[in-house]
Write a protein of this length. Structure first.
Length: 310
């Protein structure tokens, strides 16, 4: 039986977009996780939170508008709420799937803070769209507060926030302790709650962190054997949607870097998955990163399919 540590990064398709969708989606994700546990792997799970944090941000701020005695919810608080909400459904689904297979393991969710650099260039060029559509007047009010907005032609305006790179995982020791205690751990949800270090205090930041980059950092700091990134495709392709499209099987770090430099992967989508995979693999011996979809998670872990960086 393997005792490898694998960090599994779940994309938003593994969670759905609404409460009922999430309840159903996590049952499928739980099967993929349970397959890895059955193989003897020590499993740590990170996940996306884009639809969920947007929903929470909108709901909390609409509530604040209707009730002047309440303040608006900052992004860091919304991120924390999304971690708890997703973790609740996901850990219960994994627990039920494991029990159904006769496996009795504790599944824990850790609210995880991730330190970012206040001088990250991303703050000068915010790119992550969040929340509902705004009117021109509402957009102007947001800008007066110091927030950024962008116009969506024909639909209105939406807030945008920075996506700085993760620097450190605050609860890393707790995550490591639970992993080595044999628990299945859910951590760094949505890329982590973005915080700034100010002396002994951690202050929430108005930002979101790219979850694939945090997943890679988590795998690196845990000295994991594998980073398994589960997305919407069984294998990544070059020259997407052209007659020259070809699928990537096993590639080296150098080949991955070459494809990245050639702009083969979309920013904010497939590119951060390769950035995370390359960084993780090149910082340790014997590591590999696998990009595949949920139905092929087990085969991807076993090296039978997926795009493998090693």
């Amino acid at each position: 039986m393997s005792q490898k540590i694998v960090v599994v990064a779940l994309g938003h398709r593994a969670l759905g977009n609404t409460l009922p969708e999430q309840k159903q989606a996590v049952t499928e994700s739980a099967k993929a996780i349970a397959d890895l546990v059955e193989l003897g792997a020590k499993v740590v799970i990170s996940h996306s939170n884009a639809p969920q944090v947007g929903m929470i941000h909108t709901a909390m701020n609409e509530f604040g508008k209707a009730h002047p005695d309440y303040t608006f919810a900052p992004m860091s608080v919304c991120s924390a709420m999304s971690q708890g909400y997703i973790g609740y459904d996901l850990q219960n689904a994994i627990r039920a799937e494991l029990i159904g297979r006769g496996i009795y393991k504790t599944v824990s969710t850790i609210l995880t803070q991730v330190v970012i650099d206040p001088y990250d260039d991303a703050f000068a060029d915010p790119e992550k769209i969040i929340g509902r559509y705004l009117t021109a007047q509402e957009a102007e009010e947001e800008e007066k507060k110091g927030n950024f907005v962008t116009e969506i032609p024909g639909k209105g305006y939406r807030r945008i926030v920075a996506a700085p790179k993760p620097q450190a995982i605050v609860e890393l020791d707790a995550i490591r302790a639970l992993v080595w205690a044999g628990q299945v751990v859910i951590a760094c949800g949505g890329g982590g709650i973005p915080v700034l270090e100010q002396d002994a205090q951690l202050r929430g930041a108005s930002a979101v962190i790219e979850k694939d980059l945090t997943s890679g950092l988590l795998a690196e700091k845990l000295d994991a054997d594998q980073l398994l990134i589960l997305t919407s495709v069984q294998k990544v392709s070059l020259n997407l949607q052209t007659p020259q499209e070809v699928y990537l099987d096993k590639i080296s770090v150098e080949e991955a870097k070459k494809h990245m430099a050639a702009n083969q992967f979309a920013p904010g989508s497939m590119l951060p998955k390769f950035e995370a995979g390359v960084s993780f693999v090149e910082k340790g011996e014997g590591r590999k990163a696998v990009i595949t979809d949920i139905p092929h998670a087990k085969d991807g872990y076993l090296g039978k399919t997926g795009t493998i960086i090693a």
